[in-house]
Design a protein around this ligand. Structure first.
Ligand code: M6R
Length: 608
């Protein structure tokens, strides 16, 4: 999704902005642009495609100056062509704007401005902002921005520069993330702290309806009514190594291999030995409220929704509290039955997904208890929840979520244990699960060592057009997640199903050209899964089965087996997903796909 970086200071503005744009690449984009104020004029350059295209265009240009803004665009209004790339400028080219979000009443504003004689140069919603600000500008940029934003409906994270006031950048936020990053005699504004982490760890996340005026050595934060807001500078714990590839060919591969560590980090310091329960500091704010919870709704999108489904099974199993899992995009527009005894858990890696945030806000209005489970510290979901749990998985850069998924499952398990022990989960059962959870990181390592075998399977199947993924019980959501991984990065059509559903329709698809990945670990539904495999083989389908080490029955039936260590059924998704992530990765690689930035996808979907 779109990314913003703005810089003011004595550094090389062009280099700093381009490096920042490269750090934003992982979010997904189709064009980019940069605007720098130089001797009272704004120089603006844009390019379609990779940042390298922009670099080519500006390579000969000096672009001196000490203030500039830059943007990676992921098209919403208007196709990904040069004129639609940001920054957008007013008619006199004295104001430049970069924008994330959607101006919903842009057509109305555009008509109004056109009647006043403004000639538009793009098809975007953003361009109206440049003209509005220009019309409201009477020498004070923040005032012009404030007055313009009052006319705007929709969401925005914006950074604005003006050649008449070259010693400041004005930024404002509503619904799209924006952070001020504070350096020494230099200041940044960004939508994603990866873009500025190399320069400073000191950040001030903006809240909705807040504006920032940044100068090299100071900043002001105000609300949209011009009332000053006192904000504390926060220090982030992520470091630059965490957002680099560390010798791996792709971020996705690095993140798959980081899972022994990220799972460990998600549970570190969170086990209460004496009570055989979990100790989750972020839940203390809820006091006794959680004891009164009668229903839980987990709301999320994509991979986080799949983790939520596993959470549903875990919480109902261990804590006997009814759980529903909702797509946030549906939940926000339904009229769900909620009250003050309903707990809403918003699960999100980025903490910025627009639908998940909106679902959370909807539930807040209805007095429900709001808990956030997310990875990015200080993200909107983290800030707007009543309390919550961080994943501590470290930055996830690959668009296809991998380590965040296993951390989400780990954290949801800890939460299920917490609720379980508050209800009637026995100490001994809880201890058994915790002891086994501790073995998971080393079991994940064992699976990762089998990568070459999985690579060989990828070589056999990379040219297929369709895949089916089947699983039952705890591994039905894992089948969904395995299919999502494959389709996201290899563009192969893949479907996940509960294995027994196959005969109610998808079985019609099975023939010799249909590979079926079956999660067939030895748990309570093992015998049923064997029957499902037989049904596939009877129709000449190709079976790739994920089984437990030592399994002999399925080896005789399946075309290929991937053996993984045994664990408890409730923990099995943490292991079964690993070979599926690797299979998707190697298939995509063989097909020559851009694994880290798959087409059309964005890392964090901050628009509806
Ligand atoms: O940041 P979030 O977890 O809220 O993101 C939700 C989905 O957009 C995300 O999981 C998406 O499905 C990923 N591309 C999955 O790999």
């Amino acid at each position: 999704m779109c990314g913003i970086i703005g810089y003011i200071g004595k550094g090389n503005v062009k280099d700093i902005l381009v490096e920042g744009l490269k750090r934003l690449e992982y979010r997904g984009y189709d064009s980019s642009g940069i605007a720098v104020i130089n001797r009272g004029r704004i120089t603006c350059t844009k390019a379609v495609g990779n940042i390298s295209k922009l670099e080519e265009k500006i390579s000969g240009k000096k672009m001196p100056g000490n203030v500039g803004i830059a943007h990676t665009r992921w098209a919403t209004h208007g196709s990904p062509i040069l004129k639609n790339a940001h920054p957008h400028m007013d008619i006199r080219n004295r104001i430049a704007v970069v924008h994330n979000g959607i101006i919903e009443n842009f057509q109305y504003l555009r008509n109004k401005l056109t009647k006043k004689g403004v000639r538009f140069r793009s098809d975007t919603d953003t361009e109206v902002l440049a003209h509005l600000i220009s019309q409201n500008f009477k020498g004070n940029l923040s005032e012009a921005v404030r007055n313009s934003l009052k006319q705007v409906e929709g969401t925005y994270g914006i950074a604005v520069i003006c050649s008449d006031t070259p010693n400041e950048i004005v930024a404002a936020k509503k619904g799209s993330p924006l952070i001020v990053a504070v350096g020494k005699d230099e200041m940044f504004v960004t939508s994603d702290l990866s873009a500025t982490l190399r320069h400073t760890k000191k950040i001030i996340p903006l809240e909705d309806n807040e504006m920032a005026i940044i100068r090299p050595d100071n900043y002001e934060i105000k609300d949209i009514e011009n009332v000053p807001v006192l904000k504390k500078i926060e220090e982030v714990s992520w470091n630059i190594d965490m957002i680099e590839k560390g010798g791996y060919r792709h971020f996705m591969l690095k993140e798959i291999h980081e899972q022994p560590e990220s799972i460990t980090n998600s549970m570190r310091g969170r086990i209460d030995e004496a009570l055989s329960s979990s100790r989750l500091g972020g839940l203390l704010v809820f006091g006794n409220k959680l004891k009164k919870v009668e229903k839980i709704i987990i709301s999320a999108c994509g991979t986080s929704w799949h983790a939520g489904l596993i959470g549903e099974y875990m919480i109902e199993d261990l804590a006997r509290i009814p759980v529903e899992v909702e797509y946030a995009s549906e939940f926000r527009y339904r009229n769900p039955i909620l009250n003050e005894k309903t707990l809403i858990i918003a699960v999100s890696q980025s903490g910025e997904t627009a639908d998940t945030l909106a679902a959370m806000r909807e539930a807040k209005i209805k007095n429900s208890i709001i808990m956030g489970i997310c990875n990015v510290v200080g993200s909107s979901i983290a800030r707007e929840s009543d309390g919550g749990i961080y994943l501590h998985a470290g930055p996830e850069i690959g668009v296809a979520s991998t380590k965040a998924f296993t951390s989400q499952v780990t954290v949801l398990l800890l939460l299920a244990l917490h609720f379980g022990r508050m209800n009637d989960l026995s100490k001994s059962k809880s201890k058994e699960i915790i002891d086994e959870l501790r073995t998971i990181p080393s079991k994940v390592e064992t699976i990762l060592k089998e990568e070459n075998k999985i690579k060989k399977l990828a070589e056999l199947y990379f040219n297929k057009n369709n895949f089916l993924y089947l699983g039952r019980g705890y591994n039905f959501p894992t089948a969904l997640e395995g299919a999502l991984k494959l389709k996201e990065i290899s563009y192969i059509h893949a479907e996940g199903y509960p294995a027994a559903e196959m005969k109610h329709g998808p079985i019609a698809l099975i023939d010799k050209d249909m590979p079926v990945v079956v999660i067939a670990t030895s748990d309570t539904v093992y015998d049923k899964i064997i029957s499902n495999i037989q049904e596939i083989k009877a129709r000449n389908g190709k079976v790739i089965a994920v089984v437990n080490k030592g399994d002999t029955k399925i080896k005789k039936l399946a075309d290929h087996v991937i053996s993984i260590p045994k664990t408890m059924e409730i923990l099995s998704p943490l292991l079964t997903i690993i070979p599926m992530q690797l299979l998707a990765y190697h298939i995509a690689l063989k097909r020559g796909c851009n694994v880290d930035q798959p087409r059309n996808l964005a890392k964090s979907v901050t628009v509806e």
